[in-house]
Design a protein around this ligand. Structure first.
Ligand code: ADP
Ligand code: TRP
Length: 330
């Protein structure tokens, strides 16, 4: 039996370089190997915890779908679908809720962070927290367990969610017998956390992201916003800087070494940014053309996702039938 790989991205904004290097690229590389069966999806119901309008949901869902396709996802090789098109996820979500200790959810990062923020601001601890945010890890466990997933390629920030999915699977298995595969995270150490414009983790929530697909002009402007120190042209630069970290991801090894040497020798920040833009743009250009194509042909995207959902549901229905039988529901 081939190992199963599954991952999802929630459409809470436009895909950025952190999403690409932390999740998408790795997942697509893995899908090219015959060793794995791959399931990649748009986690639209996860995005509900933060999205405010219907327009945002539509816009970002297409952005993420077109991004996957532009980055090389082959729908003939990968089961590619929208989470919301697979109702079995939500049935399993409820069942799993009943083997999930509330204390486990209290310890989940996103909820804990919201509580800590409220406490620091003198608010009531659950202020602004909806049940979607609180139950988020259970829905994610349902995504993963429904397909018998072995490996989940994600960025480091998602590690805890995979551990929670494993805990939930174990507690179901302990109660009812071995039904669920225990999933593991699959994290690439070198890009576990990609830094953003301000040197912190690149994230939509910090507003420090560089959008993956946008016009050349906007890309250039974003790169120009990368925060640097005040070293003057001619002064040696710290090679641990954001610009060098990003450059390494986009350039060939030799080119990256040469860039680093020139930084040490005093390359100006202005020139360094121009060179970074050039390598990033060169890398992204062919994918951007595909992205623009899919954005202009959303009917095609819908068709691909509908076919993916059908394939996903075939397996999902089997799991749900087994789970229902296990818990004594006809
Ligand atoms: P964001 O933090 O911008 O909201 P998401 O939570 O939607 O990003 O992340 C989608 C995927 O991209 C996840 O697998 C996540 O781990 C990965 N990812 C997000 N930001 C980064 C980053 N800065 N470095 C590496 N991976 C990241
Ligand atoms: N929580 C993930 C994120 O914020 C998105 C996600 C939802 C996911 N379901 C998943 C990732 C299942 C991997 C597997 O990025």
């Amino acid at each position: 039996m081939k190992k199963k790989i599954l991952t999802g991205i929630k459409p809470t904004g436009y895909a950025h370089l952190g999403n690409y290097f932390g999740a998408i690229k790795f997942a697509i590389d893995l899908s090219k190997s015959d060793e794995f069966d791959c399931f990649y999806f748009i986690a639209d119901y996860h995005a509900l915890t933060t999205l405010k309008t219907k327009e945002e949901m539509e816009e970002y869902s297409y952005n993420i779908a077109c991004t996957w396709l532009a980055c090389g996802l082959d729908p003939n090789k990968v089961v590619f679908y929208r989470q919301s098109d697979v109702p079995e996820v939500f049935e399993l979500n409820w069942i799993l809720s009943n083997v999930t200790p509330k204390g486990l959810m209290n310890r989940a990062h996103a909820y804990k962070a919201a509580v800590e923020k409220n406490e620091a601001e003198g608010q009531e601890k659950d202020f602004g927290v909806n049940m979607g945010l609180y139950n988020y890890p259970i829905l994610m466990a349902a995504d993963i367990l429904l397909f018998g997933t072995n490996l989940v390629p994600v960025g480091l920030d998602q590690k805890q969610h995979i551990e929670i999915a494993r805990d939930i699977a174990s507690s179901f298995n302990n109660k009812y017998g071995n039904v669920f595969v225990l999933p593991e995270d699959y994290i690439q150490e070198n890009v576990a956390t990609l830094v953003g414009l301000d040197g912190r983790k690149m994230s939509k929530s910090y507003g420090n992201q560089i959008q993956l697909f946008t016009t050349e002009n906007v890309l250039k402007k974003s790169i120009n916003k990368i925060v640097t120190d005040c070293k003057l042209p001619g002064e040696p630069k710290d090679v641990d800087c954001t610009i060098n970290k990003l450059y390494k991801l986009f350039a060939e090894e030799k080119q990256a070494k040469d860039f680093e040497e020139r930084l040490k020798a005093g390359l100006s920040w202005g020139e360094a940014k121009q060179e970074l833009f050039a390598v990033v743009n060169e890398y992204i250009k062919p994918m951007r053309e595909k992205f623009d194509y899919y954005q202009a042909h959303k009917g095609e995207v819908d068709k691909i996702l509908a076919e993916g959902a059908e394939k996903a549901r075939m397996l999902a229905k089997k799991t749900i039938a087994k789970v229902r039988k296990t818990i004594g529901v006809k």
